[in-house]
Write a protein that binds this ligand. Structure first.
Ligand SMILES: [Zn+2]
Length: 279
């Protein structure tokens, strides 16, 4: 599943190409998780202003440039479980898993999504529905200065679920997916089974630092190496080879040599070192 670093890598890969590009056509294929919400022909002659990210959503604000079309708004893209975006000037014929194609004066953007949990949704702005419906429950951005220990501490207060599940839910902090959750808890030396509300302020401070370090390292490596993920230019990321615990069950901890364990929490695999994460 594309996680926040993969989406950010995708955004960075598309930013220069798409900022200022004029749309020549939008072709929608098989139904995705949510409908577009307007006529795709509406976008002919519209100019994309920039590419932004909120959580795991990409937001492309755009403006009509032609006389017959007026107004502004944008497209919200989500990669779902298996989606990837590709950009190029000659991508060739559409494959059976290519469900959205946007032609511009500079090249084509294509959404490939075998499982079709992704979506492209029109919204008049980020502050209006349907964007607000999709984005309002999202927690603070983990790489922003708003993500402070006290924000995490307050967000976890009263939560009886495990810290692993509280992070994954995304209501306190957004975009810390399964891989990065295991990794950050390891770096912060916190057991993933701990009740969320039991974390001390000092532990929250360690966890904020660990989440930011983990996501920053993943970004630098170009995202994780999941089989479904390709960045906007079709390059696989290299993060997973750097993982401390994720995907390493039965192998020795890189810090203490204890055997890394795997446990299922809320139907998702959690990897941890019992000795390093004894707190
Ligand atoms: Zn260890």
């Amino acid at each position: 599943m594309p996680e926040l670093p993969e989406v950010e890598v995708t955004r960075l890969g598309l930013l220069d190409a798409l900022s200022g590009a004029t749309i020549h056509g939008l072709v929608m294929g098989k139904a995705l998780r949510w409908p577009l919400g307007c006529d795709p022909l509406q976008f002919v002659g519209w100019r994309i202003l920039t590419v932004q990210r909120r959580g795991k959503y990409l937001w492309m604000p755009m403006r009509a440039l032609v006389e017959r079309a007026q107004g502004d708004g944008g497209l919200l893209w989500h990669l779902g479980m298996s989606g990837s975006l590709r950009w190029g000037t000659a991508l060739g014929e559409l494959g059976r898993h290519d469900h959205v194609q946007m032609q511009t004066d500079r090249g084509e953007l294509r959404l490939t999504d075998p499982r079709r949990f992704g979506a492209v949704v029109w919204s008049p702005s980020l502050e209006a529905a349907p964007a607000t419906t999709l984005l309002n429950h999202l927690g603070v951005e983990p790489l922003s200065t708003d993500f402070k220990p006290e924000v995490l501490f307050k967000g976890l207060a009263g939560r009886r679920i495990s810290i692993k599940q509280a992070l994954l839910a995304g209501h306190v902090v957004v975009g810390v997916g399964n891989i990065y959750c295991s990794e950050a808890l390891f770096l912060a030396r916190i057991a993933p089974q701990r009740p969320a509300s039991s974390l001390t302020h000092a532990e929250c401070a360690r966890l904020v630092e660990a989440i930011q370090a983990t996501l920053t390292a993943a970004l630098a490596a170009g995202g994780s190496t999941l089989r479904d993920f390709q960045s906007a230019h079709g390059v696989n990321g290299n993060y997973q080879g750097l993982a401390h615990v994720y995907g390493r069950a039965g192998q020795a901890c890189r810090v203490c040599t204890e055997v890394i364990e795997k446990e299922v929490q809320g139907q998702r695999a959690t990897y941890f070192c019992r000795r390093c994460q004894s707190a």
